[in-house]
Design a protein around this ligand. Structure first.
Ligand code: NAD
Ligand code: DAU
Length: 329
């Protein structure tokens, strides 16, 4: 089996490429190398690399040649950036998904869409989303991802494409671009910089290690049924708990915490029921607070050469746009 992994130079995609390559599976990667794509994530990993846009049918055809399956990780992924400007999100997460589905349709390829628990929207305390729940996305990011999911389901029903969808929880681990909560707060804490907690910090997310997330996606690739959706869950924690644990692990002082203006439209809680994936044999191996988070923070401590060059140039401009006024207030 030769697999096309799109977005393979990003955070979760690169873990997935490494996983397949270590098993001896041939991998072709298609990645546009946006600000979030980083060839260093794939150093030492056997693969064939193609730089290009998933919304460009010719780039897709070149990269997919000889592949019998596509696993689509390529996306614009950061909620805060989608609030600053949604255009790229719709281009990649909706139109790009459709272009990949077209190739899968023409070549009768297996297809897995890597989606997100955010498509279910804000959840009441106590409830957990199941795969048949309605989609109620809140942000331009999650709306674009929901649009991609709907394209997938339409291609299954209309053209019989053998596609499945995974909806994963908040993922953490090495090689995550330092705009998301865990890598941003870990690297800021290591540098003695402020940790900007949105609002009261009592929002709840489910935390899932990248390796556990990839194990779930791989299982769906091989065992998932066409037209079916599979949630991939994690461990529930409030943001403020995660923040204090990162301070403990880095040895930084709690005075770095700054409660700042909340994210617009901020979802209070995500939580999924992942019984369906567990029934296929999946179970997470990493516990967040005891194993996964300490190892991840150690990785950022030991790999400054990976993130220090990122946290300059255009990153700095983004950071100022996102946080300067919040931190001044
Ligand atoms: P990321 O932002 O780290 O990486 C995205 C990758 O996609 C980058 O390498 C980027 O260069 C590439 N890319 C972007 N636009 C492209 C385009 N038009 N054509 C080709 N490549 C393009 O993302 P991530 O956090 O690794 O997320 C991967 C996937 O998993 C996404 O689909 C995301 O929605 C989903 N997901 C992420 C999380 C999470 O917590 N990070 C959780 C659930 C689901
Ligand atoms: O739930 C899955 C989703 O998880 C993925 O689909 C997205 O691609 C991924 O980015 C992530 O989305 P979130 O918005 O939940 O992740 P983020 O790390 O941006 O934020 C996590 C929580 O932390 C959220 O409640 C907002 C809060 N936060 C985040 C940042 C960046 C802060 O309080 N301060 C911050 O500076």
């Amino acid at each position: 089996m030769r697999v096309l992994v799109t977005g393979g130079a990003g955070f979760i995609g690169s873990h997935f490429v490494r996983r397949l390559a270590e098993q001896g599976t041939e991998v072709s990667v298609l990645d546009k190398l946006t600000y979030a794509g980083n060839p260093a994530n794939l150093e030492g990993v056997e693969h064939e690399f193609h730089q290009g846009d998933i919304a460009d049918p010719e780039a897709v055809a070149r990269a997919a040649s000889g592949c019998s399956a596509i696993v689509n990780f390529a996306a614009e992924t950061h909620v805060d950036r989608s609030i600053l400007g949604p255009r790229d999100f719709v281009h990649t997460d909706v139109l790009g998904t459709m272009c990949l589905l077209e190739w899968a349709r023409e070549h009768d390829a297996r297809y897995v869409q890597v989606s997100t628990d955010e498509v279910y929207g804000d959840l009441e305390a106590g409830g957990r989303a199941v795969e048949t729940d309605p989609l109620r996305p809140s942000s331009p990011y999650s709306a674009a991802k929901a649009g991609g999911d709907l394209q997938v389901l339409a291609y299954v029903r209309t053209y019989g494409v053998r596609a499945s969808i995974t909806r994963g929880a908040n993922t953490y681990g090495p090689n995550q671009y330092p705009e998301k909560l865990v890598p941003l707060f870990a690297t800021n804490a290591l540098d003695g910089e402020a940790l900007p907690v949105y609002g009261d910090g009592k929002q709840v997310r489910e935390w899932l290690h990248a390796d556990d997330h990839c194990a779930g996606i791989e299982l769906v690739l091989h065992e998932g049924a066409p037209g079916e959706v599979y949630n991939v869950g994690g461990e529930d924690h409030e943001n403020i708990e995660v923040t204090h644990r990162i301070l403990e692990l880095t040895g930084a002082d709690a005075s770095l915490i700054r409660h700042v203006e909340d994210r617009a439209g901020h979802d209070r809680r995500y939580a999924v029921d992942d019984t369906k994936l567990r029934a296929l044999g999946w179970a997470p191996e990493q516990s967040f607070g005891e194993g996964g988070l300490p190892a991840t923070v150690s990785w950022y401590r030991d790999n400054r050469s990976w993130w220090e060059p990122i946290k300059s140039g255009s990153y700095r401009a983004y950071y100022d746009e996102q946080y300067a006024n919040r931190l001044k207030a």
